[in-house]
Write a protein that binds this ligand. Sequence first.
Ligand code: GTQ
Ligand code: FE2
Length: 326
Amino acid sequence: MISPTPLELAQSGSLEELYGKLGAVRMGAGWAKPTPSLWAEPKKTFLPFVWSYAKAKGALDAAGRLINTELAERRNLILQNPAGDYATSRTIVAAYQMIMPGEKARSHRHTPNALRLIIDAEPGAYTIVNGEKLTMMPGDVVLTPNWCWHGHGNEGGACAYWLDVLDVPLVQLLEPMFFEPHPDDFEKESVVANASPMYFSWADTQRRLAEAGARSNRQPAEIALGGLGREKSALATMALSMIELKPKQSTAPRKVMANSVFGVANGSGTTEAGDARLSWSRGDVIVVPAWQSHVHRSDEGAVLFRVTDEPVMEKLGFLREGKPAH
Ligand code: GTQ
Ligand code: FE2
């Protein structure tokens, strides 16, 4: 269609005629609302869901026979929300990853922030973050923030399995995606530090949870890994915490304008989120998308690792707590 002139637009005799000309100048009548641009409350596009670690382990063991880290770079299984084709929630993607004895997964860096919760590993599994070698044992959390070099290796005798959590969907949305392979393929250990801000050991987590649990006798204890809320969060886009449910405890019901991914560090339980009732045990992953009323319960006791995009919502002024339905 030839672009109408200002005069031709000005002389439109009816709305239909005007609408017919607007397309060619890439304008749309906002009042005619072909697709609504505003709505009263979040749409809750993404669904609450649970992924089975036992099934992921089976699939990763098969992948271990079928593909190596030379070819794959990362042997990972993306946890795709049933409402979409890639992301686990609007801003966060989670994945299970496995590395076999003797393997190395090449070093690289990228703008998405990443972190991992180790599920099963024996001594010998490690990540090198900016030249520093960090051991990976069950319950440990390792951070690889925006643009930090990271590669994985396994010098032990058993396959190592962990959960990756990244803000890739947020970076895709905002578009500041950059990625670089390491010039040496695998970054060598070059830094020896006593305590790394990139590393949270399971032993420290358990000790801190026990202390926090002694103070809060009835409510589940929650401790921040690297700062929460208005304090500085561990990563610019994601805050991390560990929640301990003693036997028969449940969390206070919440409905928050932030997305959460929970990794089951220990124990078992159920999560009610929206209309879903999700049962889980050690290693499983639960997603509770934003604005879904939810509560976690445990009969035998559990520790949940929570990753949330609350820092994004808070920095932008969008963080809200609603009235939970549970
Ligand atoms: O371990 O570096 O699951 O870059 C997805 C992208 C893991 C990693 C993932 C990654 C990594
Ligand atoms: Fe990576």
